[in-house]
Ligand binder design. Structure first.
Ligand SMILES: [Zn+2]
Length: 276
């Protein structure tokens, strides 16, 4: 049974200032249309209009521009919609679009925002995936020499092809960890394919990171990758990681770094550990 370790950490709320104005409901749609025609809609994750409670009752308040925009530009924009007296206010809103539901629940209090739950962040393995992971981890143990302390297999999940077998060779060179050796093999194959002008199976063309060494590929490792190897997996855009033993002292996933889902890194991948 494999357990997920891929819990994305919620980010700190980052606030930014925007200009807003109270808008007459009769011209609210004109204002939204004009804002939507802007080449660069500011803070697109925010709803353009919210209902605000005042002493005079509920009013509509529209978000206009970041406060970095000149105030006169804002007024000129409003006067083109209607030449009434516009009153501009400054309001603090979330600068970032929420990725996690907990972020959304916390940040929407500043200004209403859109939120789309990403199915790729829901990471429980279904029974078929558990069988798939068990099969490859068994294969890994069958192939791993007794003298070897760690080994990695990189697999193409759709074709079930072994793309690389990496053995730990750090007694020859300090950087020759199992993961580094496996990624290097993928790179060597890539170069050979290019030299031979092999028309490659269109691996994961639909994935956003197509073009990186391990886009769409999955890795099975005996020992949890260290920090260096975890970063190599981030850089090469691995799809998923499975390992059998935790590396408590120097692991890149179960340690405080949690590099597979680190909030400041630009690639995230799901990782799973086999229960003892
Ligand atoms: Zn390593």
């Amino acid at each position: 049974m494999f357990t997920s370790l891929s819990t994305l950490q919620p980010r700190q709320l980052e606030l930014t200032s925007v200009y807003t104005t109270i808008v007459n409901p009769k011209i609210a749609s004109n204002l939204i249309k004009a804002l939507n025609c802007l080449d660069d809609l500011p803070l697109p994750h925010l709803k353009r209009i919210r209902r605000s409670r005042t002493n005079q009752g509920d009013v509509l308040e529209a978000i206009l521009f970041p406060t970095s925009v000149d105030r006169k530009t804002v007024l000129d924009f409003l006067c083109k919609i209607n030449d009434s007296e516009w009153i501009i206010k400054t309001v603090q809103v979330s600068k970032l679009a929420p990725v996690l539901r907990s972020e959304f629940e916390q940040w929407k209090g500043y200004w209403p925002m859109s939120f789309y739950e990403r199915s790729d962040l829901i990471d429980e393995l279904d029974p078929a995936d558990q069988d798939y992971a068990n099969k490859w981890c068994q294969k890994l143990q069958d192939l791993m020499p007794k003298s070897c302390t760690n080994m990695a297999i990189i697999v193409h999940p759709e074709t079930q092809e072994i793309m690389a077998l990496g053995y730990d060779n750090r007694h020859h060179h300090p950087l020759k960890h199992a993961v580094m050796n496996a990624i290097e093999q993928v790179a060597v194959k890539e170069v050979q394919d290019r030299d031979l002008k092999v028309v490659k199976k269109k691996r994961a063309l639909d994935e956003p990171n197509y073009g990186y060494l391990c886009t769409g590929l999955e890795i099975f490792i005996y020992q949890e990758p260290c920090v260096m190897c975890s970063m190599a997996l981030v850089h090469s855009r691995i799809k998923r990681l499975f390992f059998l033993k935790k590396n408590i002292s120097n692991g890149g996933i179960t340690s405080k770094y949690n590099l597979s889902m680190h909030k400041n890194l630009n690639h995230h991948f799901k990782s799973y550990v086999k229960d003892d």
